[in-house]
Design a protein around this ligand. Structure first.
Ligand code: B4P
Length: 190
């Protein structure tokens, strides 16, 4: 199985590149952001609670996202592999994911971490905010809070995978095609 953690700050292009990678490598896409937005659209109790965190650019509690991912992995036991997009975002989530995958005998193959300059992240998200309807993309101070939360709570996840020799940084600046080629080179060289 090929299990990829696609990592990077908000607006790094995780969702954009995951869509292409899953088609090329026939993987299942597990985006916690997309699953949470689906819960909000369905107005479920989970969605109503998550919206309060997401609109402020804060993380949703670990136990909520861990439970969501576990259900999705179980529902796709015959998959060729998974792209984890936007998950894990804390060391607690990374530990929980390793534990879940160990019970299935299929560990993470690699973490591909998109590296993008801060101003480019802000520009991309504000541009998306013009038509995404996402409250967290429309206000520069919320975007800056998301980047701050990433720096404080999420970057330690890099060290977690680096300690397992699974971390690979990938230049996330440039065209979507050129970044996709860099990611494919990294996957093909595994
Ligand atoms: P996510 O949905 O993961 O959102 P993101 O970080 O904004 O997305 P991404 O980096 O995928 O952006 P994209 O490719 O679309 O999270 C949203 C919120 O959900 C979080 O803040 C948090 O509250 C919550 N959440 C999610 N997962 C969680 C977890 N595990 N634990 C706790 N809370 C969680 O790219 C952005 C834009 O850039 C797009 O418009 C795209 O078209 C553009 N773009 C991409 N590549 C480009 C390029 N090369 N050049 C120019 N533009 C580009």
């Amino acid at each position: 199985m090929l299990n990829i953690v696609l990592f990077g700050p908000p607006g790094a292009g995780k969702g954009t590149q995951a869509a292409r990678l899953l088609e090329k490598y026939q993987l299942i896409h597990l985006s916690t952001g997309d699953i949470l937005r689906g819960e909000i659209a369905a107005n479920s109790p989970l969605g109503q609670a998550a919206k309060k965190n997401m609109d402020k650019g804060e993380l949703v509690p670990d136990e909520v996202v861990i439970g969501m991912i576990e259900r999705k992995i179980d529902a796709n036991s015959a998959a060729n592999g998974f792209i984890f997009d936007g998950f894990p975002r804390t060391t607690a989530q990374a530990l929980a994911l390793d534990k879940m995958l160990a019970t299935k005998g299929t560990p993470i193959s690699v973490m591909l971490a998109l590296e993008v300059e801060k101003q480019e992240l802000i520009d991309r998200l504000l541009l998306r905010g013009k038509d995404s309807g996402r409250a967290d993309d429309q206000d520069q101070s919320i975007i800056e809070n998301r980047i701050k939360v990433y720096n404080n709570e999420t970057t330690p996840v890099k060290d977690f995978y680096a300690a397992q020799r699974k971390y690979q940084g990938v230049d996330g600046m440039g065209t979507i095609d050129s970044i996709f080629n860099r990611l494919c080179c990294a996957v093909d060289n595994l």
